[in-house]
Design a protein around this ligand. Structure first.
Ligand code: SPV
Ligand code: MN
Length: 623
């Protein structure tokens, strides 16, 4: 090792940490660590390996430094983010673009030199009086072709603790890798904090991504979507790596649906945040493989996927014993759980929709002395728990985890599902005619009404390509083309669309558990075991199959009127959606030809159907 590093490291770390560090023989990693020490100037540097003892050190550190508060149930802690730090912050999340290079104009960006200088000015000295934590993790199953090693540096034990729950440990992966192995690097600085240990310099919050060096830097934020390097920050880097190497990195869950006679069918699904992604992965009677991020590769001619993560950072609002029994049980069991931005009263966590009445005061995302009716620092009304309050748990603590969820070769994907929050256009479930039609009209035309998972107004309909729009690190056209091209010569998964949010007279038309029926119908379709009707923009279920499935899965009667209400083809709304999409894609320079053709063909089919039938077509009138 470079003797300058040796001196720098030995000065700030224990002998034990030093020997852990030098067992990793990677110059790029050492340089990144050394630069961070020089820039951020920590009092102490702590290096963790994959041992249980080190994981325990981090957990305790988060409590000792008051980033987490222990709760009554052993293993449970609560963490709070600042009032203005309750979600991913798109405004200040930017790509660093070197001079002379261009990045798609849709992407938020800043000149690389300018951005680096600004970031370094905010990170300078940010670890003074603090401990710099050096951690090694792995995206995807370790020691496989999916694996991407990641080096996380942070001064937040909460960030490192979250990563222990959410990701596979990667110290051994780093020790084993050679100098050429590509890895991702993250430097996070909490920055100035208030008395609640939350980042307080809101105006200096920044999340900058350097695609050139596979590095993400964040400062003056704690919310996991902005700081936990391996989550959404890694997804942006992984998209580029996948583009170079010919695989796919997606914002998708993976789950197993249990079909007739022990048949297993795996589905992956993309839904914008807070639109039913986790609950689809957790459908009762089925098994979860992962709930947020998936990598896909072709292995031996098969389309296979892995869960990039090993835990869940899920939305807690409305998780209750009736609707989400498995998660609810876990959240009340003595396993490791980090509650984020819930309400705490007498050591017990509370959240909206948990199925019991909430205390009228306690500690929450607003204050240590919150009470009902209190307004926030922005003058707005506050809630007991934040709408984007979350829980962090390990996959292995879920009783419905698919036993082989960590299969090193991934799992064969039978169906891909795209779903958004849509009150008036799409039917609850539809199947694309083929791969290209599915990618273009369900994935690339995905729209959703906004939620609290990102900062800003809620309920606005926004276009969100494959629910990956927030994380794209290349042009939209190229990303769609990569999806079209992926796995060209293999049997591809079927592509489906779902909509859990259809309304009539302001009321939702579907119950929360109905997705259990849609998945069974999709399972049958993957294997050609059910017929379907051509609705002009895809294939929809027949009444008789849904009637049987509603009885089988939910013991409910599905009436003809239910079928008509839910599966009426709304041609004006479908055409309006096409208008919006054609407008959007006309402005995108590299819209794939296939995309244009699929949109034009869709329009023609819908117009023909309207010509033969009417604007609103009962599914009973389709043949
Ligand atoms: C999402 O918002 O899509 C999440 C949570 O999964 S975050 O970590 O904020 O990305
Ligand atoms: Mn997500």
């Amino acid at each position: 090792m470079d003797s300058n590093y040796e001196k720098l490291f030995k000065e700030r770390m224990s002998k034990e940490c030093y020997s852990k560090l030098v067992a990793i023989q990677n110059e790029e990693a050492m340089e990144f660590i050394a630069h961070t020490i020089e820039l951020c100037d920590p009092d102490v540097v702590w290096v963790g390996d994959d041992s249980e003892a080190d994981v325990a050190v981090i957990r305790q550190m988060a409590i000792d430094n008051k980033e987490e508060i222990p709760l009554n149930i052993p293993g449970h802690t609560a963490h709070f983010d600042g009032y203005f730090d309750q979600g991913r912050d798109k405004e200040v999340t930017k790509y660093l673009v070197p001079k002379g290079e261009t990045l798609d104009s849709q992407l938020n960006q800043i000149d690389r030199d300018e951005g680096l200088a600004e970031m370094e000015s905010f990170q300078k000295g940010a670890y003074r009086g603090r401990t710099m934590l050096v951690r090694f993790f792995c995206l995807g199953p370790v020691n496989t072709e999916f694996a991407i090693p990641c080096l996380q540096i942070t001064d937040s034990a909460y960030v490192a603790h979250s990563e222990d729950l959410l990701y596979r440990l990667g110290y051994e992966e780093f020790k084993a890798m050679d100098a050429k192995t590509e890895f991702f690097k993250y430097r996070h600085c909490t920055g100035a904090v208030n008395e609640r240990m939350c980042s307080s310099e809101v105006s200096k919050k920044r999340i900058y991504m350097d695609l050139l060096s596979n590095t993400v830097m964040s400062v003056n934020t704690q919310y996991a979507g902005n700081t936990v390097g391996l989550k959404k920050l890694a997804l942006r880097l992984a998209l580029r790596k996948a583009d170079r190497e010919g695989w796919l990195a997606e914002h998708m869950f993976i789950m197993r649906s249990n079909g007739p006679n022990g048949r297993e069918t795996f589905f992956a699904g993309a839904y914008p945040s807070a639109c039913g992604k986790t609950s689809t992965a957790m459908i009762r009677g089925e098994n979860i493989v992962g709930d947020d991020l998936a990598y896909f590769r072709v292995i031996d001619g098969e389309f296979r996927g892995v869960n990039v993560e090993s835990g869940i950072f899920g939305i807690i609002e409305d998780v209750n014993a009736k609707d989400d029994p498995v998660i609810f049980k876990l959240l009340t069991s003595p396993v490791e759980v980090i509650f984020g931005n819930v309400l705490i009263k007498d050591g017990k966590p509370y959240w909206t929709g948990m199925g019991e009445s909430l205390p009228k005061e306690g500690i929450n995302y607003v204050s240590n002395e919150w009470h009902e009716g209190m307004t926030g620092p922005d003058g707005n009304k506050t809630n007991p728990s934040h709408k984007n309050a979350r829980y962090t748990v390990r996959m292995t603590d879920l009783e419905n985890a698919y036993p082989n969820w960590d299969n090193p070769n991934g799992l064969p994907i039978g169906g891909i599902i795209y779903g958004g929050r849509d009150s008036d256009t799409n039917v609850p479930v539809i199947e694309a005619y083929n791969w290209n039609h599915g990618i273009c009209t369900l994935g690339a035309m995905l729209e959703s009404e906004t939620t609290a998972a990102t900062l800003g107004a809620q309920g606005v309909r926004v276009w969100n390509v494959m629910s990956n729009m927030d994380f794209l690190s290349m042009s939209v056209g190229k990303y769609i083309q990569n999806n079209l091209d992926f796995a060209k010569n293999i049997t591809r998964p079927k592509v489906f669309g779902t909509n859990y949010f259809l309304k009539k007279n302001g009321q939702y038309l579907n119950g929360k558990l109905d997705k259990g029926v849609w998945i069974k119908w999709m399972e049958l379709r993957v294997h050609g075991d059910a017929n379907a009707l051509d609705a002009g923009y895809g294939m929809i279920p027949e009444y008789k199959d849904l009637k049987i499935l509603f009885k089988q899965v939910l013991d409910q009667d599905f009436t003809e009127q239910d079928y008509i209400d839910q599966f009426t083809i709304r041609i004006p709304e479908c055409l309006a959606k096409l208008d919006r999409m054609e407008n959007i894609y006309a402005k995108i320079q590299d819209t794939p030809q296939t995309m244009k053709e699929e949109m034009a063909a869709q329009r023609k089919r819908l117009e023909n159907l309207r010509g033969v039938k009417s604007d609103y077509i009962s599914p009973f009138d389709l043949k």
